[in-house]
Design a protein around this ligand. Structure first.
Ligand SMILES: [Zn+2]
Length: 180
């Protein structure tokens, strides 16, 4: 394991647009293993490759978490949304790259998308509610977008400052805060 560092908001690498993968080969499977390691290490249930500084359109979700369908990992490569519902809702999201903050984000309630799975097979899916939200959140990462971008410019500035403080605190103490 390379034990990749998780990138935190403020790092310009999180703003780069990820490139499509040609095919799901051993290199991509290895990337999935690294991503799962980071996701568990930092206690998340979804991760985009962008968050560890790998600019490939690769996402992993841990569906053993009760909010997501299925019970294993979901491996997503080159996701493409073909349809999004006009109906939206606003829910608070969390993000490993935005520690200690919950941010309300408006997202489509449903979507349809295609992607390649871990066997390089093209799949189609129809997602709703929390699942659709998680997918939209992770796909934003692949386009260099973070949930704090949905805040007003002033609130975004405040959020970035708070993240900076949390990271300093974390460095000095080794533990996470629960500031909201
Ligand atoms: Zn995130």
């Amino acid at each position: 394991m390379k034990d990749y560092e998780l990138l935190i908001a403020g790092n310009p690498e999180l703003r780069r647009k990820a490139q499509p993968v040609d095919r799901v080969d051993e290199e991509v499977l290895e990337l999935f293993r690294e991503m799962i390691h980071v996701m568990h290490r930092d206690e998340g249930f979804g991760l985009a490759a962008t968050q560890i500084g790998i600019h490939k359109r690769v996402i992993v979700l841990d569906c053993s978490e009760s909010y997501l369908p299925g019970d294993g990992y979901m491996y997503i490569v080159n996701p493409k949304i073909s349809w999004k519902s006009e109906e939206t809702d606003i829910q608070e999201e969390a993000c490993l790259s935005v520690p200690g903050l919950g941010v309300p984000v408006e997202r489509s309630l449903e979507l349809k998308m295609s992607y390649l799975d871990e066997n390089n097979d093209e799949k189609l899916l129809h997602a709703k509610d929390f699942f659709a939200r998680a997918l939209q959140h992770e796909m934003d990462h692949l386009d260099g977008k973070l949930m704090i971008d949905y805040l007003s410019p002033l609130k975004k500035k405040m959020a970035l400052k708070r993240i900076e403080k949390i990271m300093q605190w974390k460095d000095s103490d080794g533990e996470e805060t629960s500031i909201k």
